[in-house]
Ligand binder design. Structure first.
Ligand SMILES: Nc1ncnc2c1ncn2[C@@H]1O[C@H](COP(=O)(O)OP(=O)(O)O)[C@@H](O)[C@H]1O
Ligand SMILES: Cc1cn([C@H]2C[C@H](O)[C@@H](COP(=O)(O)O)O2)c(=O)[nH]c1=O
Ligand SMILES: [Zn+2]
Length: 283
């Protein structure tokens, strides 16, 4: 088989063997390569094979369909989206950073919408609020897939940027981000907890890391020693993963004080349970 240069890189030796057979994929592949690198084909004698293959495809793909394919490919290229993920413990500044980035996009004339989970009722439903009290209006939703319908298709299509806060509470986070960035050209900025109070992966936040253009892990200040806090300690004996609360229930801590704090809380929980058994036994 004629060894040919890649259209996209100087040293690509051969196309995959299956591409030598005329299959729908090989036709699409060759046509799209041709469209994307039309100038290279004309200039690059080593691509004669592709040129002759393209010319032999005429009955299958007319120049009109190749032209319209070019428009589709160029459109998809020019409207490719982005995904930026902001994680860290509670009080690390995730919401603050999200708001700052959203406001920067707005000041650049981009159309923005912010979504948070309707599970987070700490500071009211129609706005996202930082622990410092800074707030912006938002959509409080049970899931992300309903956003387009709630906002309206026309308004949704005009959106450039979608901010998502408390992302750990959205079960459809992966699918929504994938579709919004890959196929709708949206810039999605996601803020959420990477870990729960036991430092386990929380919701689908870590699942979208492979989809992301950027990942930022923020830190807070350890409430015990003032060093950088990477984890969130739950101060109560409650063991369910989802427990809405603020400084009343949680505190950011460094590794040393997470480990020692977790031991203290587990021991305190054991003592409380023991005393309840004794009380029940006496009654
Ligand atoms: N222990 C702490 N460490 C860092 N910031 C704290 C702490 N306790 C309270 N804060 C306040 O919380 C703010 C961050 O709030 P926010 O952006 O809502 O954080 P997150 O969304 O990560 O929970 C900080 O600017 C700070 O003023
Ligand atoms: C660690 C942890 C937290 N939560 C809840 C508590 C808060 O309502 C949010 C996190 O808020 P923030 O914006 O990051 O301050 O999540 C939870 O349900 N389970 C946990 O383990
Ligand atoms: Zn500490």
């Amino acid at each position: 088989m004629l060894r040919m240069k890649s259209l996209l890189s100087p040293s690509f030796s051969t196309l995959s063997p299956h591409l030598t057979k005329t299959t729908p994929f090989s036709l699409y592949f060759l046509a799209s390569k041709s469209i994307l690198c039309n100038s290279q084909i004309l200039k690059n004698p080593n691509c004669l094979h592709i040129k002759s293959t393209i010319s032999s495809m005429k009955p299958l793909m007319s120049s009109n369909s190749i032209q319209s394919r070019r428009v589709q490919i160029e459109a998809s290229q020019s409207s490719s989206g982005e995904i930026h993920v902001i994680v860290g413990p509670m009080f690390a500044g995730k919401t603050t950073t999200l708001l700052r980035r959203v406001q920067s996009e707005t000041s650049n004339g981009r159309k923005v919408a912010i979504i948070k989970s309707n599970k987070d009722t700490r500071y009211g439903l129609d706005s996202i609020v930082t622990h410092d009290g800074v707030k912006l209006p938002c959509w409080a939703l049970a899931d992300l897939s309903s956003f387009r319908e709630k906002l309206g298709s026309d308004a949704y299509d005009e959106l450039d940027v979608i901010g998502i806060d408390e992302a750990q509470f959205f079960g459809d986070l992966y699918e929504f981000c994938c579709k919004a960035a890959d196929h709708e050209g949206k810039t999605v900025i996601v803020a959420g907890l990477d870990g729960d109070y036991l430092r386990r992966s929380f919701g689908s936040v870590l699942d979208i890391i492979p989809l992301a253009d950027s990942v930022t892990k923020l830190t807070a200040r350890c409430e015990i020693c003032g060093k950088r806090a990477f984890f969130t300690l739950r101060k109560t004996a409650e063991t369910k993963t989802e427990l809405i609360g603020g400084a009343d229930v949680y505190m950011p801590v460094c590794r040393q004080h997470y480990v020692s704090g977790q031991v203290v809380i587990e021991e305190a929980t054991r003592i409380v349970l023991e005393s309840q058994k004794v009380q029940c036994g006496e009654k």
